[in-house]
Design a protein around this ligand. Sequence first.
Ligand code: HEM
Length: 125
Amino acid sequence: TKYGTIYEAIGGYDTVERLNIAFYNHVAQHPDLTPIFPKDLTETARIQLLFFVQFFGGPRLYEEERGHPMLRRRHLPFEITPTRRDAWLECLEDALIEVEIAEPYRTVIYERITLTANHMMNTQE
Ligand code: HEM
């Protein structure tokens, strides 16, 4: 086990899984997001969990299955506007609170993912 990662600090796989479930419960209901996500989010959520585990410093599960993330490129088929970026981040913020991720990790995670989300925008309103 690696120490000193956000992954370890917040409680490892179980916590990241709970965060991911809470996050997708919001995504599934957000009117700005549902138009671009599949109706059945099972597979999307499964892959996102692999990614979050890796992103927070846990085992590199995403890369094992999907290769290099190339996230901006993988998002190009979807129109990601500033409004959709905000919606996605709102879902994440609500999930972080619901799962009771403690400070300073909640803020560290939110700020780091905000940078990635900004990078994902590819369309004006
Ligand atoms: C995939 C939307 C930001 C990580 C997707 C998909 C959509 C989407 C529509 C495809 C779902 C599917 O077909 O199953 C968005 C929107 C964002 C956003 C609207 C707003 C900025 C992010 C961020 C991250 C991320 C910030 C990472 C921190 C991923 C991953 C996948 C994905 C890992 C799966 C890629 C794969 O197929 O391997 N996203 N996304 N997304 N997104 Fe995002």
